[in-house]
Structure formats: structure tokens, C-alpha cells
Design a protein around this ligand. Structure first.
Ligand code: G6P
Ligand code: MG
Length: 215
């Protein structure tokens, strides 16, 4: 990967250990609806929007509901999720993230956030991460969820760089697909089995030496 001018980070499950809280909140809702919802099913929810996540859970349970009920249920899940994230502490930032983003901040590479979450600002502010980013594209700024590339293309545009000059860090299959559709390089954070379409996969930031990546 050469001529890299920017890095675009997903938030949940990449920078912050919040993917587990999304899962716990969806699991609670699924239990209430008597839907059997597993950790494996949860992989399909990663990176996709709140309403699409609910649709996937309802599909698993073969349940059809009207839009008003669906929006009430999504709100209920979000209330539980927000309860979790208001208790976040710096310990919830994933290992190696702070040294990694500090080393980029000291280089001439720009950084953007590219997340589907409408709670992104709440999380970034709570953990004092906001000021690291030159651009923040979150769920309030996009109309098409990953695997659509919109969130990442908007990030590149805001940073005034070309897609081919960006590396995306993603923990979700839908996010890796979005990065590839955007014409960007992609590094998966997590399991190689799930993120096989990424250019490279690391289990976490502690394994990454940034200078070596750019060779
Ligand atoms: C991220 C997460 C998804 C979540 C989505 C919307 O992409 O990976 O699991 O559903 O954001 O998040 P929100 O906080 O707006 O419900
Ligand atoms: Mg994620």
C-alpha cells in the first residue's frame, strides 16, 4: 500500500469495544420477542444501520411488524444501548488504538471516522477521541448503509483525497465490502475467516506497525 494519504476508521468494534453492547441490547430485544438470536447471527448486524439490524432479527424470527411497532422496538434497543455507552470508560478503547492514532496524528496522513452509528459523537466525546479526526462521517450524515460505499466516499471527499489513497479499518463484513466498493484499501480487524475479502487482517491494533504497512 503506497501513496496513502488518509485512514478511515469504523468505530464500533474497531476503535471502541462497543460491538458487544450492540449485541447485548439486540439480544435483550430478541429475547423479549422470543426470537433465537445467536452470536453468529449477530455478524450480519455489524456495520448495518439500526433499522436494517431490526429487519434482520425479525427475518430470523419470521415475524412481520408494522413500521410504527418497528420504530418503537428500535428505539427501545437504542435506549438500552445508550445506557451501556454512557458508562464507557477509556478501558473500552480497544488495545493499541491510542498509540496507533497518535502516531498517525504526528504524520501527514489524515484521519476520518466512517461509521453507520448515530451514537458516534456521543461515544467519541465521552472518550475524548473527537479531536483526533479531520472529518467525521456518521449515521446522521449518510442515507445508504454499508455495504454501500457512501460513508467512506463521503469521508474521502471531506478529506479531499482520492479513494485509492485511503485505507479503511473495519471489523464487519459489510464494512469490508463497502471499502472495496469505494475503491479503497481495507484492513480487517478481527477474524480472517469472517473478513477474508480485506487486503490484510489483524486481530487488533497491537499487532500493527504503521510504518511497515505503507511499504
Ligand atoms: C454500527 C454498528 C452496527 C449498528 C450501527 C447503527 O455500524 O456496527 O451494529 O447497528 O452502527 O448504530 P446506532 O448506534 O445508530 O444504532
Ligand atoms: Mg464495526
Amino acid at each position: 500500500m503506497n501513496n496513502i494519504k488518509a485512514i478511515i476508521f469504523d468505530l464500533d468494534g474497531v476503535l471502541v469495544d462497543t460491538a458487544k453492547y450492540h449485541y447485548l441490547a439486540w439480544k435483550k430485544l430478541a429475547d423479549e420477542l422470543n426470537i433465537d438470536f445467536s452470536v453468529e447471527d449477530n455478524e450480519r448486524l455489524k456495520g448495518v444501520s439500526r433499522m436494517q439490524s431490526l429487519d434482520i432479527i425479525l427475518e430470523i424470527g419470521s415475524i412481520t411488524l408494522d413500521n410504527i411497532t418497528k420504530s418503537d422496538l428500535a428505539q427501545k434497543k437504542n435506549n438500552w444501548y445508550v445506557e451501556y455507552i454512557t458508562k464507557l470508560t477509556p478501558d473500552d478503547i480497544l488495545p493499541g488504538v491510542i498509540p496507533f492514532i497518535k502516531s498517525i496524528k504526528n504524520s501527514n496522513i489524515k484521519m476520518a471516522l466512517g461509521s453507520a452509528s448515530k451514537n458516534s459523537m456521543l461515544i467519541l466525546n465521552k472518550l475524548n477521541l473527537t479531536n483526533y479526526f479531520d472529518a467525521i462521517i456518521d449515521g446522521t450524515k449518510v442515507s445508504k448503509a454499508k455495504p454501500d460505499p457512501e460513508v467512506f466516499l463521503k469521508g474521502a471527499e471531506a478529506l479531499k483525497v482520492l479513494p485509492c489513497q485511503c485505507i479503511v479499518f473495519e471489523d464487519a463484513e459489510a464494512g469490508v465490502e463497502a471499502a472495496i466498493s469505494a475503491g479503497m484499501h481495507c484492513i480487517g480487524i478481527g477474524s480472517e475467516n469472517i473478513l477474508k475479502k480485506a487486503d490484510l487482517v489483524f486481530s487488533g491494533f497491537t499487532d500493527i506497525v504503521f510504518d511497515k504497512l505503507l511499504l
